[in-house]
Design a protein around this ligand. Structure first.
Ligand code: ATP
Ligand code: MG
Length: 690
């Protein structure tokens, strides 16, 4: 119990009923969850019967580590994961009740867009398909079936989308695949409609803990309710001021409903912030102040006043990046924090990282971009990895589905649906099923021929890869294969803009280079150094491909500056934080129309503004020791530079204007001059002594 204040201890010790910890940023909510896992185990609960739900995989791995540190090996058996990962577990174990085989595939956003395009009869472009995906996802998050969606559709356009949704869902069933929303929706149906499954899980899980509760959506609420049953043994922690996923269906109703649905709910508030200095906390409290309050809250810090929050204005994005880099360098020289990992640069939208990456590279400062997509997460690389995985493991069904449909080879969903049914009734992988003789009786001749052709092609690739050795041959072979499947054309066709298609093809070529180098007896280790190793066959290289996606996870221990979106920074903390691009139109994000006129203030825009304000609050409260907020006087708009305004949130921070401005480059120059002087003085002192 050491390292917890009284209110935190109360939350940790409240074991047998529903408990809600409602408190502002940095007040130790996540710490409560971690400690409570330990406490529950201490009281004799089996680690297996505890589930702790976090918002991201990254947060889950951090919490798992912290819990292990606290209670040792036992922590490994606690299910520390996201709602989605818990959903996967439920469905792997009991999805058969819903007609799903245990090795069902999980589709990513790009797969989904492809299937939606296909379900719409190929009449839509990718951009429209993405918008439709959005609507379908919204409906699914509201727990609606396609028939129900059709009933609530607001206009003709929505009715069309609801019809597409119906065909989309049919395809998913046929492919034995689920999308991201299904990972919540299907377990919900599973528990709701099947009492025996529900009882099993309520017995299995004795206590459920939920972090970042303010960002759960309606289906997650229902899922939690079914999981904990009437006993209601759960601990939810959250902060209504940090709810930033309303646009994705998260709802504060989940906070309001708790005391109604659980009469014995214990509500605990935490008031001390252990993260930030008073100066930073004051700016945060000021910014969030105009928002309506769900629960009154006060936060204080005992870490002292600290450095004033800085406002930096820059002429352009490049200039802004330069100043940020100068600030990092100068803080590194003057503060106690000598590690790059003490610094974070946070922004509203992914694309804003570009100039900062450039400036950091130029200054030789190591960094990572989180919250964006890593190289191995890119759709084109995942496409290729699916093919490669299939060469190595023919029974990898998700890889099979992705490869056989990317690029399209005229094998439609009806054929794949039949193959899926056949394979699950005979408990075969899709690949094995396609070679079994009784399948032919169920399939039209042409479809059967196409399937066999694909199967033989995979076997052929495997054979050729086994015999390909050395960088040059590997590269030639990989390029030949891409040509055979028409991958470059596929990329160009699937993107609305040729430029994007070409850029994605560029990534493919990088990947091919990297793969063939490994076959040529050179592997690059994490540090980027090239280490010679014995030459390998291409197939051996491919066999390690499934490990590749774990490479990006290693990044977390590296001593690097973090570049992150505000959304992805939730729950994290750094000694020194810079919020950049704090301009009207970016943060708050576009509240005006394309002509720059303020949109009519409606309930919706007010709500959006409030969510943007919470986003600013999240950003400010990531900082422990220093915070700088920067904006640019001009920004690029297309090819032009246009005048830009500081965000209203800067004024709302209520800083003292006389002390807040600074030019870090000047400070750095002065510092360097000072250091040079001192070095000279000590050198001459040493000389005279000698
Ligand atoms: P957020 O709302 O941003 O998710 P949080 O409420 O989850 O924040 P934590 O991340 O748990 O807050 O804690 C913030 C910081 O304060 C962490 O560095 C944590 O280790 C520290 N901390 C929490 N409680 C205490 C305590 N009682 N004594 C000392 N330090 C604490
Ligand atoms: Mg937290």
């Amino acid at each position: 119990m050491s390292g917890l204040n009284f209110a935190q201890q109360e939350a940790v010790n409240y074991l047998h009923g529903p408990c809600l910890v409602l408190a502002g940023a940095g007040s130790g909510k996540t710490r409560v969850i971690t400690m409570k896992i330990g406490r529950l185990i201490q009281t004799g609960l089996a680690p297996k019967s505890i589930a702790a739900i976090t918002f991201t995989n990254k947060a889950a791995s951090e919490m798992r580590e912290r819990a292990q540190h606290l209670i040792g090996k036992q922590a490994k058996d606690v299910a520390v994961c996201t709602f989605h990962a818990l959903g996967v577990r439920l469905m792997r174990e009991d999805g058969a009740v819903l007609g799903l085989k245990p090795q069902f595939s999980i589709l990513d956003a790009n797969d989904v867009v492809g299937i939606i395009k296909d379900a719409a009869g190929g009449t839509t472009d990718a951009a429209t398909a993405r918008i439709w995906q959005w609507t379908i996802s919204k409906w699914k998050n509201m727990g609606l079936s396609s028939a129900e969606a059709l009933a609530v559709a607001a206009d003709d356009n929505e009715r069309i989308i609801a019809k597409v949704m119906e065909r989309y869902e049919e395809r998913l069933t046929a492919y034995q695949s689920v999308d991201f929303d299904d990972l919540i929706g299907m377990p919900l149906r599973l528990l709701r409609d099947h009492p025996e499954v529900r009882e099993k899980w309520q017995k299995t899980l004795n206590h459920v803990l939920v972090d970042e509760y303010q960002d759960t959506n309606a289906t997650q609420y229902e899922l939690l309710k079914l999981l904990v049953g009437e006993r209601g043994r759960f601990t939810a922690v959250g902060d209504d001021d940090q709810s930033i996923y309303g646009w994705r269906g998260a709802t504060l109703d989940n906070l309001k409903k708790l005391p109604v649905d659980y009469a014995t709910l214990k509500v605990i508030k935490l008031e001390q912030n252990y993260r930030s200095t008073s100066a930073i906390l004051r700016a945060a409290n000021n910014v969030i102040q105009p928002n309506p309050k769900l629960y009154p809250k006060t936060l204080f810090s005992e870490l002292g006043e600290g450095e004033p929050v800085r406002v930096v204005d820059a002429d352009s994005e490049e200039h802004e990046a330069e100043r940020a880099v100068a600030r990092i360098q100068s803080l590194r020289e003057t503060s106690q924090h000598k590690e790059w990992r003490s610094f974070a640069v946070l922004y509203r939208a992914n694309h804003m990282a570009k100039p900062f990456e450039k400036a950091l590279r130029r200054a030789n400062i190591p960094y990572k971009v989180s919250g964006g997509t890593g190289f191995f997460d890119r759709a084109e690389i995942r496409d290729l990895c699916s093919w490669l995985r299939l060469w190595v493991n023919n029974d990898d069904d998700p890889a099979f589905l992705r490869a056989i449909t990317t690029p399209k080879r005229g094998i439609g969903h009806t054929t794949l649906g039949k193959l899926g049914e056949y394979s699950s009734s005979y408990k075969l992988s899709l690949f094995a099923a396609l070679f079994s003789s009784s399948l032919a009786a169920l399939m039209p001749e042409r479809a059967m021929a196409q399937l066999l052709e694909f199967g033989r092609y995979i076997n052929d690739l495997e054979y050729r890869a086994r015999r390909t050795i050395g960088a040059e041959d590997s590269k030639a072979f990989l390029l030949e294969w891409l040509k055979e499947i028409g991958y470059e054309q596929h990329l160009l066709d699937s993107e609305d803009s040729e430029k994007v298609g070409a850029a994605r093809w560029g990534n493919v070529l990088d990947f091919i280079d990297w793969m063939s180098q490994r076959s040529g007896g050179v592997i690059d280790d994490a540090s980027g150094a090239n280490i010679p190793s014995p030459t390998k066959s291409l197939l051996e290289v491919v066999q390690t491909v499934s490990l590749l996606s774990t490479i990006s996870e290693r990044e977390k221990d590296q001593d690097v500056v973090t570049l992150s979106t505000l959304h992805a920074s939730k729950g994290l903390e750094w000694p020194h934080v810079m919020l950049i691009g704090v301009n009207e139109g970016l943060l708050p994000f576009k509240l005006e129309d394309d002509n720059g006129r303020q949109k009519v203030v409606s309930a919706e825009t007010t709500q959006r503004l409030e969510e943007e304000r919470r986003l600013m609050y999240v950003g400010i409260t990531r900082a422990q020791r220093t915070l700088a907020v920067s904006w640019t006087k001009r920004r690029k708009k297309g090819r032009e530079m246009v005048a830009a305004m500081p965000s209203r949130f800067i004024a709302e921070m209520g800083l003292d204007k006389t002390t807040a401005k600074e030019d870090p480059r000047e400070k750095l120059r002065a510092l360097r001059a000072e250091f040079a002087k001192r070095a000279e003085a000590s050198a001459s002192a040493a000389k005279s002594q000698a």
